[in-house]
Design a protein around this ligand. Sequence first.
Ligand code: PMP
Length: 396
Amino acid sequence: MKLNFAKRMSYIKASEIREILKVTEQEDVISFAGGLPAPELFPIDEINEINQIVLKEAGTKALQYTTTEGYAPLREWIANRMNERLGTAFDKDNILITHGSQQGLDLSGKVFLDEGDVVLCESPTYLAAISAFKAYGCSFIEIPTDEDGMMMDVLEEILSNTPHLKLIYAIPTFQNPTGKTWSLERRRKLAELSAKYGVAVIEDNPYGELRFGGESLPSIKSFDEAGNILCTGSFSKIFCPGFRIGWIAGDKDIIRKYVLVKQGTDLQCNTIAQMTIAEYLKRYDIDKHIAKIVEVYRKRRNVAIESIERYFPDTIKFTRPEGGLFTWIELPEGISARDVLVRSLEKKIAFVPGGSFYPNGNKENTLRINYSNMPEDKIEKGLKTLGEVVKEYISQ
Ligand code: PMP
């Protein structure tokens, strides 16, 4: 007899691109496809030292279950950090530790979405957020973006004309996939619209600490007078992703709902990982560590931008991110980045075609370039070859 699976399994499709990109595991492929931090910057020695200290001084606690909310000193640090850098007014009870910010997205689906609901998001948006929300049976309305972020006039028109909207998903700083950052005005306006229409906002911010230049901006949450906005954050890009420690922050009554659903998911996050990070933050200067990461990524970003300028045809457009891990290229209309990928893979160069980042399918002429995970000479070499492939493809 055949098994009957949940209806949601029909909403979740294996990505054809992921299959194509399996070749990026080969050593000789230059891959701009991932979103991986530079592994040479992981603080391995420090983690090794601190792990031993944690086990020696508090081994029974570190290996025991802990609360769903997470390790209190870590939650305190996160609340203070957000208050200092993002203009929020949190204490530890506003913070729930999650398995990466990714779990914050999944739990948001669990807390807010019923089958048939609609999520509003930037066009394009983060691929794995689309997957997380889709599993709850929602559809998406994509809101166009320009250089200043999501276009608020379009958003307001949709909010005012569409009943029962519950959730807006936004990545306002160094967005994945475009690298764009929202202006202050758009941030303020989104908070205002969220209050006016009673729609929750998930403000996803895994890259905010990785700023190479320009002015830091307050979070959307800092303008939230109605308490409708939740923020996700992560240690993945400023420490290491393998610990899978992130958080979701918001008003306490909403966070309590997240705590309830997390109990059913996994009870809690890894205790020893939380304690190790908290101890690292006590003994080491994370700002110094982040400055080191930023310095490396800034140079890689510069080489990526210079190489695109030099080797790509001038009929393309691309973003110049002030931070984060990605730049975004728009090829001329009608050019398929999927076709370009097939050709570039023959030359051992990989990237992600941008079409996958549009939940409703669109814009096949776009592509995402990640520059954080390889040395500068390889970035230049890879983008030179990719530029040549693009030129050749366009001229046919
Ligand atoms: N949100 C965005 C926008 C991302 O790009 C990612 C992946 N880097 C995540 C969330 C999830 O990251 P993590 O779970 O490692 O915090």
